[in-house]
Design a protein around this ligand. Sequence first.
Ligand SMILES: Cc1cc2nc3c(=O)[nH]c(=O)nc-3n(C[C@H](O)[C@H](O)[C@H](O)COP(=O)(O)OP(=O)(O)OC[C@H]3O[C@@H](n4cnc5c(N)ncnc54)[C@H](O)[C@@H]3O)c2cc1C
Length: 367
Amino acid sequence: MSDAIIVGGGPGGSTAAWLLARAGRSVTVLDSARFPRLKLCAGWVTPAVWRALEMDPATYPHTLQPFRSASLELDGDRYETRWPETASYGIIRTEFDEHLLRRAQTTGAEVREQTRVQAIERTDTGVAVTTADGETFRAPLVIGAGGHNCPVARTFGNVSRKETVVVTRESETRLGADQLRSLTEHHGTPELFAEADFKGYGWYFTKGDFLNLGIGCLGSGRDLHRRCRDLLERLRLDGRLPAHIELEPFRGHAYAVQTQEPRHVAGDGFFLIGDAAGLARGVSGEGIGPAVESAHLATAAILCAETDGASAYLSQLAARLGHGKNGALERVAGRMPHWMTDGIARTVCRTPVLRRKLIFEGAFGMG
Ligand SMILES: Cc1cc2nc3c(=O)[nH]c(=O)nc-3n(C[C@H](O)[C@H](O)[C@H](O)COP(=O)(O)OP(=O)(O)OC[C@H]3O[C@@H](n4cnc5c(N)ncnc54)[C@H](O)[C@@H]3O)c2cc1C
């Protein structure tokens, strides 16, 4: 029997496994996928995430795209923001997630891939986690790190039907850096496209040999498909996406962002981290940072105060990520007429200092 079972080996789960194993705990990670596995993601990772992972980008052995500028297009106008030094980084999730999971494994975590968790039950001594193959793992506690549809969250998380969900579509294609440079003069920088109603944004991000493009918005799948078609049309018209380019198929994924309907993220014998806890940031959808940070907070609570780790975790989450108490801005904005919020959003996008501070540095954690 391990000290902890972790369901999901993405950035949240692998970071928790690495931290617990490093502290001498026995830990088992169960993931339904076989790594390297595909994970839809634009793949920007902030400097704070590298620090939290105790990793130096300079020695990271996979695709890495540092950038010092980012742009935002709104109503056909392009606004650029620059920093004197590297503001953030682009990575390829297939490579990044496998790197983190193997690090946890070499630190001592047991990793079971292609192992889908189906059911979780409380027992007299903790929890019993049963897989689709009928195998049962027992431990004093389980960490739910299985993303938006995490089975631990579904069992213990009190997931509200009213929670705010972002729907996305994305494609990542290896086209070669030379070809990408011929398509955009901004190779290596994220190019964002604000939706005119501010319900979401699209992106065109060239990193090394890869083109990652996609769109995310609050709303329905049908609405998303229309927005995605419009984005592709726009990119075709301005030459960034000529007709001969063959993209990998677009795929869709949905995930919860921080709202006033927080999930129940810790309790008797369980902790939820990352997307399983619904911690991605509301405006940008940035979720790797919150996944890694919540892994730190949960493992600290487990290692320091096993008797009441849940409340220690909850108060740290509230203090560090605003979990459970955010939404003040949304409440204020919700009471304003649409013309006013629209006007404020347009002013923020167009004003250099506000764009840098509130959008790129505030919402996206760059700089
Ligand atoms: C299109 C898109 C673009 C994004 N772009 C960015 C970005 O640029 N930067 C950023 O910071 N964030 C981005 N995000 C958000 C980010 O991808 C997530 O917030 C992040 O992956 C959360 O990490 P996690 O470890 O919580 O979960 P995940 O990375 O989702 O990992 C969950 C793991 O659990 C496993 N799993 C699921 N169910 C089970 C089960 N039943 N049994 C066993 N294993 C299971 C899965 O196989 C998976 O490996 C984006 C998201 C999307 C959809």
